[in-house]
Each structure stands twice: as structure tokens, then as C-alpha cells.
Design a protein around this ligand. Structure first.
Ligand SMILES: Cc1cc2nc3c(=O)[nH]c(=O)nc-3n(C[C@H](O)[C@H](O)[C@H](O)COP(=O)(O)OP(=O)(O)OC[C@H]3O[C@@H](n4cnc5c(N)ncnc54)[C@H](O)[C@@H]3O)c2cc1C
Length: 457
């Protein structure tokens, strides 16, 4: 069978790639890569399900390898929960297959519609970063296809530099063909959640510090519109996996069965005026009012981890111009002041996010370009409006000053200077890149914009 290479006209696809290739089997990867090169493309990039918010999975006018059909499970140890699977397997499939057998993801981002290879390439974090760190900590080994056609295995013990350059390496060190991932044993598909409502930023941060050591998961929704005494108020959601005894007796015989909910959908792009300071204030007030302190609430895993996945095309709520998610991490040392500055600056510029999520981060996985570091991470979803990018530049400056950084998987607009000043291990990463990809064949729009690769093309 010939590799399916679809040549597409650039017109109509805007800045989309000139060639998209589906990968069906690993042995095809090499063939497809050759086809791309012979087709005159100077670079190519693996792509999962395209859930990275910015330009990490784009390679304008060049080749893109679609990984989603490289989706086989290769081995699973029922005793230890060690899964070996191909890089294109979706997290949703892992859950569907292994949760009924008592295993869940060790770390999950806020969507399950993404691939395991991409999650490693972004070194994704979840609500348990303060406790467990990012997904890289649970990767036993990787099998990579290098641009020279060689297949290599890497782990903490074997080709360690390549391993740490690939975890968080944004697809630029090789194509992740296989991942050995340690799953987490669970007794049910339910999470026991304690909700805590806080009055201001001080109380929000204090509550995190006082309580989150007792929980595997913690996350806070912040009201970024409230001013005065309510500035920085929020709702913290602490969670742990429910054991069978936590379930009502009627649910205990089927602890992995959760109610099916009908997906909702945003049918068309909402007009821009819908998200205005007044409606955002009303939304925040309503959310705050409807989330009082409550303890021991049973919530199914979809509701707790993936609230947006049940709203199809939720991005349309932001209107035609869309939105930007801006996510930074701020080291604890300067974190409180910097967080305060960020929220105040956005308010002073009347630039309000629709959603805002605050988490605490623990130790880094060691990935050279990984985002997490010990500190606070805040993700703000801003509707694109005139003047937004100037405000975001101001927020970047606060992050830079605080010694923090922005998340590559969410970024679409930071400057190369900001990136270079905040990712300290870039020189080491570049050494590995130069060894495994001396011609710079693996590239992306993100890599070019931020000059991640020396002399990138
Ligand atoms: C609603 C929502 C919530 C999110 N929440 C979080 C969160 O809580 N925490 C978090 O960390 N992230 C979060 N994200 C970001 C998202 O989870 C990650 O960017 C994820 O990696 C995207 O997976 P994907 O399969 O869609 O990859 P893509 O977007 O297609 O690609 C992402 C990157 O991975 C690389 N890549 C893809 N496949 C491979 C491969 N096989 N080998 C090598 N490189 C590869 C690509 O080149 C690209 O650089 C969220 C995204 C959404 C939409």
C-alpha cells in the first residue's frame, strides 16, 4: 500500500501545510518522511489531534505527519499497569480501554482528545502537578524515529539526553513512535471533591498551601473581574479518586460506570459583544454564587477533569476572532506579588479573561524544554479584542521579571527574546537537537517564531 500523501493547495488552507500525511504503521513513517523530502519540503512535523492552543502543531507551507492512526496498544502488564502503546493513541481511548480494568492516566490535561505522543512532547501537567509532577515522570521509555531514519529507544538510563530533550521537546527531536507509560490503579471512575470558596487572593493562596498536600488533585477557578475586597476570590476544588466504599450502595457493583451525558454544542460563532465586561462580571458572580463550600461530593471523572470536552465547538463562544490562552508559571519566591500584578494589570486595561485556572506546581520532570517549575501556574482565556496583544506583552514582562515562563503548548505570540530569557536549558537542548537532527528537518511554526532551533528554516 502506498503511503497516503495528500497534496493540498495552500489556497483555502490558509497557512496550513502543503502536505498532510496520515501514518498508519511505524514502518511507513520513514517512507512518508522520504516522500515529503523528495516532494521538495525542507521540513516536517508530527501532529496529534491539534489541541495545542498555539502554533506548536503547525508547519506552514511544509509537511505535517498526522499521528492519530498510529494507534495500537502493544503491551499491557495487568499486575503493574505498565502500558506500551503507539504515539498516536488518544487519551480518551486509553481511558475507555483501561479504566474499566481499574487503571487511569497518571497525569491528564484538561482534555482527553489528545494523543499520548503529543502529551509527552508537551510534557503535559494536570491537577496533580503539586503532588506527582508532569507526565514525563511516568514515562518509562520512548521509541523515537530520528530524521536520519534510525529508530532509537531512550529512557532515564539509555540515551538519557535524548529522553530529557524529547519530554517537552515539542516534537522537534524525533517522532515518538512508542511510549511506555505507567498507569495509575484506581477503584472507581469517580472523584471525591471538596469545594472551598475563598474571599480574596490571600485566602485563595493560603488555602492552597494549607490544604493541597492532603489531596492528589487541586485546582482553583479565579474570579478575575472582581475588584476591591473580592479581588482574587475563587473556588478551590480538591479531589481524590473515590474508593468503592465512597460510592452509594447502588453504584458499588459497577464502580466504573458513570452516567452518560448528552454533549452540548455551540452551534455557531457567537457575536463578539456577548463576551463584554458586564457579561463576564455576571458570569463570574453567578459561578461564585453557585459554588459554595461543600465536602465529599462525588463527581464522575469526565466532569472533574474534562468539563470542556462535553461542549462541542466551545471555542465558538469566543466569536470569529477566537481567543488566546495565556499560561505562565511563577516561582513561589515572587509568586504572590507577580500574580497580584498580573491580575491587576489585566483589570486596569479592562482586559478580562472568560476563564481562569490557577494551580500549584511541584518539581520539574527534568525535560529540558518542559514548562513546569515549582510555583503557581495561571491560565487565562482572553477573547481576542483590539489591544489584547499589547496587554499580553505587559503580562509577559511581569513573568520575565519574576523568573517564570510561558507554556509553549499554549503560546501563539510570545517573543523569541522572552522565550530565550526564560528557558534556561535551551543551549543543552540545542546540543541534542544538533546531534539527532543536524539538518533541522523537524520544524514547526512555533520553533521558527521563537527561534528554538539555531538557524531554523
Ligand atoms: C481544553 C484543553 C485543555 C487543556 N489542558 C491542559 C492542561 O491542563 N495541561 C497541559 O499541560 N496541557 C493542556 N492542554 C494542551 C494539550 O493537552 C496539549 O497541547 C496536548 O499535547 C495536545 O495533544 P494533541 O494530540 O492535540 O497534540 P498536537 O496539538 O497535535 O501537538 C502538540 C505538540 O506535540 C507534538 N507531537 C504530536 N505528536 C507527536 C509525536 N508522535 N511525536 C513527537 N511529537 C509529537 C507536535 O509536534 C506539537 O509540537 C489543553 C488543551 C485543551 C484544548
Amino acid at each position: 500500500m502506498k503511503p497516503s500523501v495528500q497534496q493540498r493547495e495552500t489556497t483555502g488552507w490558509g497557512r496550513y501545510p502543503r502536505a498532510l500525511c496520515y501514518l498508519f504503521r511505524p514502518e511507513r513513517v520513514r517512507e512518508v518522511a522520504e516522500v515529503l523530502q523528495h516532494g521538495g519540503m525542507s521540513s516536517y512535523l508530527p501532529r496529534g489531534l491539534g489541541r495545542a492552543y498555539g502554533d506548536a502543531a503547525l508547519n506552514s507551507e511544509q509537511g505535517v505527519l498526522l499521528m492519530e492512526r498510529l494507534d495500537r496498544y502493544l503491551a499491557f502488564d495487568t499486575e503493574t499497569g505498565l502500558l506500551r502503546c503507539e504515539g498516536g493513541v488518544a487519551l480518551a481511548d486509553i481511558i475507555a480501554t483501561f479504566l474499566p480494568r481499574g487503571w487511569f492516566l497518571p497525569v491528564t490535561p484538561g482534555t482527553k482528545f489528545c494523543t499520548v505522543g503529543a502529551c509527552v512532547a508537551c510534557d503535559v501537567h494536570g491537577k496533580n502537578h503539586h503532588h506527582d509532577g508532569s507526565i514525563g515522570n511516568f514515562v518509562r521509555s520512548l521509541t523515537l524515529l530520528l530524521p536520519n531514519g534510525e529508530t532509537v529507544r531512550c529512557s532515564r538510563e539509555q540515551n538519557a539526553d535524548l529522553f530529557y530533550a524529547t519530554i517537552g521537546g515539542m516534537g522537534l527531536t524525533g517522532i515518538i513512535l512508542e511510549v511506555e507509560l505507567q498507569l495509575r490503579r484506581v477503584e472507581t471512575a469517580w472523584i471525591v471533591v471538596d469545594y472551598v470558596r475563598t474571599r480574596d487572593l490571600d485566602e485563595t493562596l493560603r488555602t492552597f498551601h494549607e490544604r493541597d498536600a492532603n489531596y492528589l488533585y487541586s485546582v482553583a477557578w479565579l474570579d478575575c473581574v472582581a475588584q476591591g475586597r473580592g479581588f482574587g476570590r475563587g473556588v478551590l476544588m480538591f479531589g481524590r479518586h473515590a474508593v468503592t466504599d465512597d460510592l452509594p450502595p447502588a453504584r458499588r457493583p459497577n464502580p466504573f460506570v458513570i452516567p452518560r451525558k448528552r454533549d452540548k454544542s455551540v452551534p455557531f460563532d457567537l457575536p463578539e459583544f456577548v463576551l463584554n465586561p458586564l457579561s463576564l462580571q455576571a458570569f463570574n458572580n453567578l459561578y461564585y454564587a453557585t459554588h459554595p463550600a461543600r465536602e465529599g461530593i462525588l463527581v464522575d471523572y469526565n466532569t472533574y477533569f474534562y468539563p470542556l470536552d462535553s461542549i462541542l465547538q466551545w471555542n465558538r463562544a469566543y466569536g470569529k476572532r477566537g481567543f488566546v490562552q495565556w499560561q505562565c508559571v511563577l516561582p513561589y519566591e515572587n509568586g504572590v506579588k507577580s500574580l497580584d500584578d498580573i491580575l491587576r494589570t489585566a483589570q486596569q486595561r479592562r482586559t478580562y479573561p472568560f476563564l481562569s485556572v490557577l494551580k500549584r506546581m511541584g518539581e520539574s520532570s527534568g525535560g529540558m524544554l518542559s514548562f513546569p517549575m515549582p510555583g503557581y501556574t495561571i491560565a487565562l482565556d482572553f477573547p481576542v479584542r483590539r489591544g489584547l496583544f499589547e496587554v499580553l506583552n505587559e503580562l509577559d514582562a511581569i513573568v520575565l521579571e519574576a523568573g517564570g515562563r510561558l507554556y509553549l503548548a499554549k503560546d501563539a505570540r510570545m517573543s523569541a527574546e522572552t522565550f530565550h530569557a526564560t528557558y534556561a536549558l535551551l543551549p543543552r537542548w540545542r546540543e541534542v537537537k544538533a546531534q539527532v537532527d543536524p539538518q533541522g528537518l523537524l520544524q514547526s511554526d512555533l520553533a521558527r517564531r521563537l527561534q528554538i532551533v539555531e538557524g531554523g528554516k
